[in-house]
Design a protein around this ligand. Sequence first.
Ligand code: ASP
Length: 480
Amino acid sequence: MNFSPGILAAFAAFAFVLVGACQFVDNESLDAGPLVTDSAAVFAALVLFGLVLPGRFGLPAQIFIAMVLGIAAGWGLAVAGRLVVVTDYLGVFGQLFLLPLKMVIVPLVFVSVLLGAAGLGDVRKLGSVGLKVTAFFLTSTSVAVFIGMMFFNVIHPGRGMQSVGDQYLAEKAAEGDAPEAKEAPALSAGMKIQKEILPQIFQNPIMVTDTDKAPILAIITLALLLGAGLGAIGERSESAIKALQAADGALITIIMWIMNLAPLGVFALMAHAIATLGFEYLQSLSVYVITVVLGLVVHAGFLIFVMVGLVAGISPARYVRAMAPAMQVAFTTSSSNAALPINIRCAVERLGVDRGIVQFVLPIGATANMDGTALYTAVATLFVAEVLGIDMTTTQQLTIFVMSIVISIGTAGIPGGSIAMMGLIYDAVGLPLEALGLILGVDRVLDMCRTTVNVMGDSIGAAIVARFEGRPAVAPSGVT
Ligand code: ASP
């Protein structure tokens, strides 16, 4: 930890100039009392999140602490009547965190979906194995989203939060950017397909007339087609794919950089939410966490008992014993990529699945097959819409269903990988990106759970494909 006077002076000067400039623009004069106390509060936050916490804790712990402190600060500052510190001054950092994230979403989605599709080109080359893998991935991910949406519709974790949503909407309206609930025009289904659905999927993504509304679905469609095209031209696409892989790596690195601002961003967003929305919101967050976890547990049950036990023909207990180390790594790292090597080892050496199939299915699965992420994305989107009191039309629900699956294919297997992608669904169904702040504080714990389910799906896929290829898993000797 470096408490050098230079950095402290820079933080102090920055806080002072920020608060002073804001005050001056708002009042055309400076208020000495609040200028000093507000600057001191901003300075303290900068020191805490810029120096103290990073020196002692890893990013997940910092984000968690930020959430707790955000709750306390939101409440305290609201009581003290200095909410402006969080909303206006520290809010700058909230946006500094959200906007760059928003900026890299489109290129990231484009590149990773494209690479995923190009990878599936390989899958097709492998004929029957490829077909079976794709069929399993799509089926299990769809089941996951279905389970998530079902639990959401039974529990309705955001119900009764109308007042929270109303407040949020009123505030946004005051700021002049109220998210509107899109009303479905009275069109026949056939006309809807022609006028609403298809134009969203196929349109020129480059000549966007309204830069605020990047045509996400069209970008995904183009990425899928281009990826399939690259997969189809074989060797000639090698250098292009290498370049795109490098771009993908660079974009993921940028996200890691932006995530360094997450603690300060989460602190500001959380404090804002508590100060304006109240404690009722916290209560609903816990119901939301329970909803996601319940969905994940039921889906894991489906995977283990139905997919492993019945379809792959392996005893569920043996599967869990063999794969436990991979699940543990997935749970603790929140990263499918980090868990990939151990997942491969466990599947081959402990579960006894054919090595060739494992080495083919698991690397693709680590990015393209994320049941937990798909389930989570759907529930998180529906929850935010419910809290904001925005009714999702059937078309929007269908969009959430399909996009959760597509996004899970494009999400990188890194901690918080899906967070960058969530903005896509929000855009598509008309939710404000700022609403991410409502769920970010509890994301890490849900990330641990969904990554475990993601990783299980890959080894199960390999075991099923192996069985249908006539090479069923055989318990290696010495492993029971
Ligand atoms: N952390 C997840 C994974 O690596 C991705 C996500 O949902 O954020 O599988």
